[in-house]
Design a protein around this ligand. Sequence first.
Ligand code: GDP
Ligand code: GDP
Length: 454
Amino acid sequence: DEAEWAEFDGTGSTDEESAPVPKPVLAVVGRPNVGKSTLVNRLLGRREAVVQDVPGVTRDRIAYEALWNGREFTVLDTGGWEPDAKGLQGAVAAQAERAMEAADAVLLVVDARVGATATEEAVARVLRRSKRPVLVAANKVDDQRMASEVHSLWSLGLGEPMPISALHGTGSGDLLDAVLEAFPATPREQTGRGAGPRRVALVGKPNVGKSSLLNRLTGEDRAVVDSVAGTTVDPVDSLVELDGEVWRFVDTAGLRKRVKTASGTEYYASLRTKAAIEAAEVAIVLIDGSEPLTEQDLRVLTMVVEAGRALVIAYNKWDLVDGDRRRQLEKEIDRDLVRVRWAERVNVSALTGRAVAKTAPLLRTALDSWDTRIPTGQLNSWLSDLVAAQPPPVRGGKQPKVLFATQAQSRPPTFVLFTTGFLEAGYRRFLERKLREAFDFTGSPVRISVRVRE
Ligand code: GDP
Ligand code: GDP
């Protein structure tokens, strides 16, 4: 497959529509007060209102979009963690584990004026085992006389420490260059399977029943798992056993504490939803079945599709749904959920427990689709039959030819088609529909991009 890919890629083909390749993720880790937030703000080039503390809400993990030298990436700010029962060292080490799992590269921020403490040494031990590239920023180097402090950070065994001053902005350009260089060519393809429990985001608009459903899932009749061999449990996640399998529900700290966000934090809530989706492999989008579908529901669904995550739609509060409402709901599905027709739906009640047990099998189906890899040979024999039976429509007197296809990525399945001419949107939709019929991607978005060879 590699050879075929290289051959087709090396022919000066033009991108008709570039594949929405997942952006690489940089996780920023370090002790409190070393300057992580200051640095993240610096990397983003602007102050984010969200960084301000919201009373009653722990700022535990927020994703920001960043851009440097024309390359987009996501910055995962894992700051703001308070020492918990395990102590500061334990909390930061868990944070580092988490960062390694979620990110393509990890940036450890150290206060150069303080040097490497026992905490940094503990975290370095974790990071040295990482398959991900790790960079060390020696922060608070406000003037050049601190060379020896910077040098001493070589002792962490994580390579050359990069001197920066997050406060004054010095060194951040070099740091960003190094970050871009450190990112692997294909982000995060390798994570997931085998990396512990599958990661689930439970999302939906406020009051749809997320806390109730989580409580139901972790309820007395089901074991809440505290630890799984070889897995560090992130304090903001819940490990839940469903249908004989352990799942990691990401970013549930707020749900568990039943944090009700104060007014004016809707933007914050939406960033949090986004961060949870990014951190997950599959999302359960909860929708209130008893009320008309809202814009907010559609926005959450769009976030999942755009993030390229697998999807299960759960209509909650089914105990309140009567015949009239059900007919209305079917109309809403036909009219508003066309874009996610491929997702399975389940009607549940967090209150009564109705159909809650059905979610695990649906999660599995969606993840199987998301993981699917179709061998190039099989894909192309299917494609040539299809195209022979139903060729692309003639445009400007020319018949575009579909030459070859390859699955460039899984998670979600991403296909690249090589053609001799433009393929109309209608024909691309036809191909996607046929692809779904042939290979069954129930529960997963599928991406198709077309490259026109001159
Ligand atoms: P975090 O807890 O790691 O997110 O740390 P913060 O970003 O909140 O920074 C902690 C403190 O260090 C704040 O008072 C910052 O102003 C200060 N700080 C951050 N970067 C620098 C720096 O480069 N030089 C100096 N002198 N102070 C800094
Ligand atoms: P969250 O904001 O999404 O976490 O929603 P909550 O779990 O706090 O639920 C909001 C309200 O809906 C609470 O009053 C719940 O008791 C109620 N609720 C949640 N699930 C159900 C359900 O399945 N049926 C009914 N009738 N009420 C529910």
